[in-house]
Design a protein around this ligand. Structure first.
Ligand SMILES: Nc1ncnc2c1ncn2[C@@H]1O[C@H](COP(=O)(O)OP(=O)(O)O)[C@@H](O)[C@H]1O
Ligand SMILES: [Mg+2]
Length: 334
């Protein structure tokens, strides 16, 4: 049986705006995070991810509900609970004119470390985040990705059991992003840490997570392993054929339905991108099929024989995007 490190029960948060109106950012979240797992919260901007994990890590007081970290309540025993958590916030909070080492030393002291323990911890963190060569350089000379790594390092100094990372890859280049994702995986693999990760990118949640909570409008709409979540929407692939602005002859969809494994075939007409715009979104045939790649040659043959030219073909395996789409009727990217 998996052992829970974090237990979240009935957590809500309502913010009061300056004009007196209320924003229900989190509307009742219940979840457990198991020891040693990477747990992701996946949801669009404004879903309530930051608010939720800020409450779990004691940075924000819940309006109602509670969370326990290692058995300690974040509302009743916040000091004990916070000791177990390393925080890597969304905003970079470093001193630009201090070096990487000085920043780590400063934050280490804030965590109550000192002397040999502090030095050892800073060395270890510089090593882990691959910043040893740049330890003596001022942080203001660092790239966004390197600053993020110092930030991650700060969260690890006091050897927490749980690391909280809030969209750590936002605004960094692809190479730094890859490094950050690898660091997250190494936290679990090498350090046996538990990671609480938030993202609006389904690829990240899909790659990293042992389990994913999909959140939308302050509520959790699905929870499980990536495999479990995808199973909820069925195991069908989507074939998307771009046919540009050609019309679709009536006979094509019924013929496509007869292909082995195909359950549905739909057509989206070309549409203007926006009113008055010259730009047009291409017409698309979408085919849902049990084994998409196997059905593809026959599908292409039918479309070609109808006299249509296929401009591009995409085979999309079921993913978390499809789960979000099915649960909310909206795309995750909106
Ligand atoms: N301090 C605040 N005051 C008022 N509203 C807030 C505050 N923080 C967040 N919100 C609102 O709460 C909702 C959830 O925000 P947030 O938790 O930041 O979402 P996410 O991290 O998923 O993008 C949003 O509608 C946001 O505008
Ligand atoms: Mg956020």
């Amino acid at each position: 049986m998996a052992e829970s490190l974090v237990e979240v029960r009935g957590l809500t948060k309502t913010f009061k705006r300056a004009d007196g109106t209320a924003v229900q950012a989190v509307r009742g979240i219940d979840l457990d995070i198991f020891k040693g797992e990477i747990f992701s919260m996946l949801g669009p901007n404004g879903a309530g991810k930051t608010t939720t994990i800020s409450m779990i890590s004691g940075l924000l007081t819940p309006t109602s509900g509670d969370a326990k970290i290692g058995g300690y309540s974040i509302t009743a025993q916040p000091m004990n609970a916070k000791k177990l958590i390393g925080v890597v916030p969304q905003e970079i909070a470093l001193y630009p004119t201090l070096t990487a080492r000085q920043n780590l030393e400063f934050f280490g002291k804030m965590y109550g470390l000192g002397g040999k323990e502090l030095t050892a911890s800073v060395d270890e963190v510089l090593e882990f985040t691959d910043l040893r060569d740049r330890a003596k350089d001022r942080v203001e000379t660092f790239s966004g990705g390197m600053k993020r790594r110092v930030n991650i390092g700060v969260g690890l100094l006091h050897k927490p059991q749980l690391v909280y990372m809030d969209e750590p890859t936002v605004g960094v280049d692809p190479q730094s992003r890859r490094r950050i994702l690898d660091t997250v995986i190494r936290l679990r693999e090498e350090r046996k840490m538990t990671v609480m990760y938030t993202t609006h990118l389904m690829e990240e949640a899909q790659e990293l997570s042992n389990r994913v909570a999909i959140v939308d409008q302050g509520k959790m709409i699905a929870l499980g392993t990536v495999g479990e979540l995808i199973q909820q929407v069925g195991e069908e692939d989507r074939l998307v054929l771009n046919i540009g602005e050609q019309g679709l002859p009536d006979s094509v969809l019924p013929k496509l339905q007869t292909v082995e494994g195909v359950t549905r075939a739909l057509y989206d007409m070309p549409t203007q991108v926006s009113e008055g715009s010259q730009e047009v979104d291409a017409g698309k045939i979408t085919i849902y099929a049990k084994r998409g790649r196997k059905a593809l040659p026959h599908v292409i043959q039918i479309v070609n024989e109808s006299g249509l030219e296929i401009l591009s073909v995409e085979v999309r395996e079921p993913d978390l995007e499809a789960v979000f789409l099915q649960m909310t009727g909206r795309a995750l990217r909106d």
